[in-house]
Design a protein around this ligand. Structure first.
Ligand code: SF4
Length: 367
């Protein structure tokens, strides 16, 4: 499926930063990332979770480094995964130094939790020597006390915290920087990133609504917060934070990008909400089609429509579709009816057509 070029969203111009083998900023696609939720000091569990995260489509992954055992496990984890590894550092500058020695691809520093300028500049010098980028990860929940006192938990406070940290980086002539300004309040987040786009240099921005909540509300807050910003061309990478499985965070991240046609990965299943006109049981069918489409990596569109009112129109404009009608469902391929099926075999009939085509002509994955 080709995107309509007139509808493509112009993106804010940012400098490009290389994290392992992944480019972020500039003309690179918006990078999807998440965070492992295992103990980093348990490398086997962490590697297994990162493999699941990779499989779901994460471009890179961050892990917590709360102690020396975690920092020392990073090298082995790095060796056993295929996506860049980011060390998340709070409080202890020593762990950042160990993480760099272990070969991580990026550091995240929380300015509110390491406040000593000398120690920060030591980390920056070591990162510069190794060519490792750093994210300045400001968080509304851990601001410098003086900044919090002066500005409160406001977008301005988040920006001032980033500016103070940047001033230390500037003294070391270090520009491989990504910035995030996270808050759990969606409006604060949006305003902070909008200010960053205006006031900070051309650093790539890492989007996130922190502590967004369990899957339903967390997905909504993330989609609203990041959707507004991405729709304005702001944001070079995103992390969805859910109280749940990191694989879901990756899936929601991709869904946000796909909704705005910023990236495509795998099928886009369009399904009607169903109503009293529905001629087929569209809810279970849509769930089954989504499940059946999970294993497909080609960026095809599939429509699942309940009746003849909008069904044929939507199903025709998708690559593939099924539309209910009078006990017989119509199966579409690129606008043409290619099969008729009973409700009992409509799922198989639809998927047979799709798999037949994919077997003949594998579709390149657009990302
Ligand atoms: Fe109702 Fe038909 Fe529209 Fe589905 S496509 S919501 S069944 S009118």
């Amino acid at each position: 499926m080709k995107f309509d070029e007139e509808l493509l969203i112009p993106r804010r111009k940012t400098r490009q930063v290389k994290i392992g083998n992944v480019l972020m900023g500039g003309d690179a696609p918006v990078v999807v990332q998440t965070m492992a939720k295992t103990k980093t000091s348990d490398p086997d569990a962490t590697i297994a979770q990162i493999h699941a995260i990779q499989q779901a489509g994460a471009d890179m992954v961050r892990v917590a480094v709360p102690d020396e055992a975690c920092a020392k496990a990073l090298g082995w984890i790095r060796l056993n995964i295929q996506i860049p590894l980011i060390a998340d550092i709070h409080f202890n500058a020593k762990f950042a130094m160990i993480a760099l020695e272990q070969g991580v691809d990026k550091l995240r520093l929380n300015p509110g939790n390491i406040r000593n300028e000398g120690k920060i500049r030591d980390i920056v010098r070591a990162a510069k020597e190794r060519g490792v980028p750093i994210r300045i990860g400001v968080n509304a929940g851990s601001l410098d006390p003086d900044i919090k006192e002066r500005y409160g938990m406001t977008p301005r406070a988040l920006i001032e915290s980033a500016k103070r940290e940047l001033s230390y980086f500037d003294k070391e002539g270090f520009g491989d920087v990504v910035i995030s300004l996270k808050a759990s309040d969606v409006k604060t987040c949006i305003a902070a990133y909008q200010l960053a786009a205006e006031e900070l240099d051309d650093y790539p921005l890492h989007l996130g609504v922190t502590e967004a909540g369990i899957t339903r509300i967390g997905t909504v807050k993330s989609a609203v917060g990041m959707g507004v910003l991405l729709g304005q061309g702001i944001g070079d990478t995103l992390r969805v934070s859910l109280t749940g499985d990191p694989v879901d965070e990756v899936k929601v991240g991709w869904d946000i990008l796909q909704s705005l046609e910023l990236r495509r990965r795998g099928p886009n299943v369009i399904s009607c909400p169903s109503c009293g006109r529905c001629d087929i049981d569209v809810v279970p069918l849509a769930i089954q089609v989504n499940a059946a489409a999970e294993g497909i990596s080609a960026p095809i569109s599939i429509a699942v429509m309940g009746c003849e009112v909008n069904g044929p129109g939507e199903a025709k404009s998708a690559d593939y579709g099924v539309a209910g009608g009078n006990g017989i469902s119509l199966i579409f391929r690129k606008g043409q009816v290619v099969a008729r099926a009973t409700p009992e075999n409509q799922l198989k009939a639809l998927m047979d057509v799709i798999h037949e085509d994919l077997a003949k002509e594998p579709v390149a994955v657009e990302e």
